[in-house]
Ligand binder design. Structure first.
Ligand SMILES: [Ca+2]
Ligand SMILES: [Ca+2]
Length: 268
């Protein structure tokens, strides 16, 4: 799970002493004596940020005029903060619209870590955890950083950014299985689920379908052809403990050339 991410910046007189929240994907990459502050966010292309200042650590943080709603569409942001007697000497960047879940940023080699589980479903929609991490070697996927079913005896896998479904056409298993990345909600209410779906193996095939299924009910489903891509956002109502399944299906059992980017972020 991902919450409000905070990063503490040492004063400009100690610019080399930048401290970073270990769970944060935000990195300060520049801060100088005139107050020019630059950070990057490797979990998101853009976001809504605030700069806050404190005279002490751990801090009595207060917002700075004109720097409490910094909207950016870029992964790297530069602002000028007022460095003077009434501010600082400590500053921090607050990511105000950080997602509660990010399939890529939260990816792990441990089932359940950060609320994510890596599995698959059959035609009866029974969810089963993938049993193996590593050992799947194929030219379309990073060698050992994926969850998979049976090494090279099945096409089924999930990696940091997407995965591959199973089917009956391209010669491994003889049944169709969807690759399912499951998030178990830590929040209640309406969330916004955003996804990017992109066929990365343009060698052929009939494309894939990507669906968001909340507590067993399909909220949205999109289909793309070979080499196709789409982005979508949908509201979904969840309870604490709800399952949000990101289902990657081969389409009509044709899993040939189906390696796919399927990245999901969930915001309150
Ligand atoms: Ca394809
Ligand atoms: Ca397909």
């Amino acid at each position: 799970m991902r919450r409000l991410l905070i990063l503490i910046v040492a004063s400009f007189t100690l610019a080399a002493g930048v401290q970073t929240d270990s769970a944060s994907s935000i990195r300060i990459v520049g801060f100088n004596a005139t107050g020019t502050l630059t950070w990057t966010n490797n979990a998101s292309l853009g976001g809504l940020y605030a700069i806050e200042a404190s005279p002490t650590l751990p801090g009595a943080w207060s917002a700075l005029d004109g720097l409490s709603d910094i909207a950016s569409t870029q992964a790297q942001v530069t602002v000028t903060v007022p460095v003077g007697n009434t501010n600082g000497p400590f500053y921090r960047v607050v990511w105000k619209d950080a997602p509660v879940a990010d399939s890529a940023g939260d990816y792990s080699s441990t089932q359940g870590e950060n609320g994510w589980f890596y599995g698959y479903s059959d035609t009866n929609n029974t969810f089963t955890l993938l049993p193996r991490y590593g050992g799947f070697i194929n030219s379309f996927s990073a060698i050992s950083t994926n969850w998979n079913l049976d090494g090279t005896n099945s096409w089924l896998l999930l990696d940091q950014f997407g995965g591959h479904p199973e089917g009956i056409i391209c010669g491994r298993l003889t049944n169709t299985l969807s690759a399912v990345r499951r998030w178990v909600s830590t929040v209640a209410g309406t969330v916004q689920v955003s996804a990017t779906l992109k066929d990365l193996d343009t060698g052929g095939g009939n494309g894939v379908a990507g669906s968001i299924v909340v507590d067993g009910v399909t909220v949205i489903s999109r289909s793309i052809g070979d080499g196709g891509s789409t982005n979508f956002t949908t509201p979904a109502i969840v309870s604490v403990g709800s399952t949000v399944d990101c289902v990657l299906d081969a389409k009509n059992g044709d899993e040939c050339y189906d390696y796919t980017l399927f990245r999901i972020t969930i915001r309150p």
